[in-house]
Design a protein around this ligand. Structure first.
Ligand code: G16
Length: 544
């Protein structure tokens, strides 16, 4: 076949280093950018085949999100803007790891297994973040698509959620929105402005938000979006990429894990601030109290704020829709307690990775999903959207129910339902705070987080750790879970778990307890257990 001849020719320009073995992790391939050229070319091939198979456009995003500048990675986006399915993640790994001479065989294997009609047209949308390696790597993706005769649309610099949005808009023939960056801003910002009309007169201070752009793509895009906001949100942008390094001592991951403000931001006591991550699919909020104490409002607090707002609107609208919150093992115990016991909403726990949360959230009329690290969104079932629309348009609906229905409609429009989106989440949170006339302190006071600590441990091969029960228990190596259980027993309100990261070459350790000291000590003790039982490398973890 002529296409295979072209693949063979082009792939020699993107050769795989012999013996290099990479896995499709939590959110695609991710490692040092120097190792990724062949992966990008091959993901261009795979996206083209996936497009032929689904008869729809597929997205390929070149980014390593929260990882350091020298890393890069790739995320594949399915037709409705969701992550690719596990079967195709498996194909991605097969194709990525086939040695140069076995590439065509690996490709043919996937085509045969999936009975792909290779004469079908294919379309692939490509986007990239601001890393210096992203331009040549996205060109490698485009080369892969072209080698198999697919059509490529290069969106250039976009956030990951913007690319997801474009794919969904295109494949729904514009029903979800217009597949342009301008169309994205128009849809979200118009909904935001409609929502804020329901807020009582706000002062300039109330409209003000400080944003840490992590020196990445989110900074560029928040600037672009600003002019669509008609002064309803006044943004002071820090870490805009003009001097600092991407994700270095800034960004959502740094703020969440270190539990401290990013460098490069001016924090005035009591003022609302937020941080995006390197591809703007995560957001966390924070402020400092008058005593200088740092307060973090992470994905759990965001999920609580959003689900409270939605529940109130459903009650006002008189709509009986099933709402649930989806979390992971990292969710603070206080948030789960508040959601289940005080708010009485259904809570589900899944493995880490948006694909798992997204899938679980789809099982409900309204599924609010957030990882504690600030990655999340809200999904509305088609039936729920129709009921809301019907209520909003029904001439017999009384004024207060109609107001709630219209608020719900604008809430739906401000949300990017395809994936967690820092820009969209920021607008939603700002609108909710405005409508409910809440300060960040009042939002923070909804419940008090249990003190917690996250650590990383280096081991020779992190795959020796296997987990179960949504990653809350380790089944291997032998003795590790027993060790964790006996350590946890020493502290009040304590909980701890470990899991191999799917984006970095580390084992992650999480601990929470009644006091910060206990959480820190427990996290350290569990790190030592990992180090000793799971093949730690380098120096033994030191106490904090
Ligand atoms: C990705 C995933 C998230 C996940 C995070 C950390 O985020 O999309 O769902 O929580 O990695 O994963 P891990 O603990 O396995 O390293 P991002 O923002 O880096 O793409």
């Amino acid at each position: 076949m002529a296409q295979f001849h072209e693949v063979s020719k082009q792939s020699s320009l993107h050769p795989k280093p012999a013996g290099l073995d990479l896995q499709y992790g939590t959110a695609g391939f991710r490692t040092n950018a120097k190792q990724l050229d062949h992966i990008m070319f091959r993901m261009g091939l795979l996206a083209t085949i996936r497009s032929k198979k689904t008869k729809a456009t597929i997205g390929v995003m070149v980014t390593a999100s929260h990882n350091p500048e020298e890393d890069n990675g790739v995320k594949l986006v399915d037709p409705m803007g969701e992550m690719v399915t596990p079967t195709w993640e498996g194909y991605a790994t097969q194709l990525a790891n086939a040695e140069q001479e076995g590439l065509l065989t690996a490709l043919r294997d996937i085509i045969e297994k999936e009975a792909v009609n290779m004469s079908q047209e294919a379309g692939v949308f490509v986007g990239k973040d601001t890393r210096s390696s992203s331009s040549s790597l996205s060109q490698a993706v485009i080369d892969g698509v072209s080698a198999l005769g697919g059509h490529c649309k290069d969106y250039g610099l976009v956030t990951t959620p913007q690319l997801h949005y474009m794919v969904c808009c295109h494949n729904t023939q514009g029903k979800y929105g217009e597949a342009t960056v301008e169309g994205y801003y128009n849809k979200l910002c118009q909904a935001f402005i409609q929502l804020t009309k329901n807020a009582s007169n706000r002062t300039d201070d109330q409209k003000h938000l400080s944003v840490d752009g992590a020196n990445g793509i989110g900074a560029l895009k928040v600037r672009e979006m600003e002019r669509h906001l008609k002064q309803e949100l006044k943004i002071s942008l820090f870490n805009d990429g003009s001097k600092g390094k991407l994700n270095h001592h800034c960004g959502a991951d740094f703020v969440k894990v270190q539990q401290k403000p990013p460098t490069g931001i001016k924090l005035n006591p009591g003022e609302r601030c937020c941080s995006f991550d390197g591809d703007a699919d995560r957001i966390v909020y924070y402020y400092t109290g008058s005593e200088g104490h740092f307060h973090l409002l992470d994905g759990d607090k965001i999920a609580t704020l959003i689900s409270t707002f939605l529940k109130e609107l459903l009650t006002q609208a008189g709509l009986h829709l099933k709402i649930a919150v989806v979390q992971t093992a990292y969710a603070n115990g206080s948030s789960t307690h508040y959601l289940e016991d005080i708010m009485k909403v259904i809570v589900r726990c899944t493995k880490t990775g948006v694909k798992h949360l997204h899938h679980a959230a789809q099982q409900f009329d309204i599924g609010v999903y957030f990882e504690a690290n600030g990655h999340g969104t809200v999904l509305f079932s088609k039936a729920a959207e129709e009921k809301i629309q019907h209520l909003a348009e029904d001439p017999n609906t009384d004024d207060s129910r109609k107001r709630a229905a219209l608020l719900l409609q604008n809430t739906i429009n401000v949300i990017n339902q395809t994936v967690g989106d820092a820009l969209s989440d920021m607008l939603l949170i700002e609108a909710i705070l405005a409508i409910k006339d809440l300060t960040i302190q009042q939002w923070d006071a909804i419940y008090t987080d249990l003190p917690n600590r996250q650590l990383k441990v280096k081991v020779a091969d992190r795959r020796v750790i296997d987990t179960t029960d949504a990653e809350r228990r380790a089944v291997s190596p032998a003795g590790l879970q027993e060790a964790i259980d006996s350590l946890v027993k020493k502290y009040r309100q304590a909980r701890s778990f470990v899991r191999p990261s799917g984006t970095e070459d580390v084992v992650r350790v999480y601990a929470e307890a009644e006091t910060q000291e206990s959480a820190d000590t427990l996290a350290h003790e569990v790190s030592l257990a990992v180090y000793r039982l799971a093949g730690g490398v380098g120096d033994e973890p030191k106490p904090l």
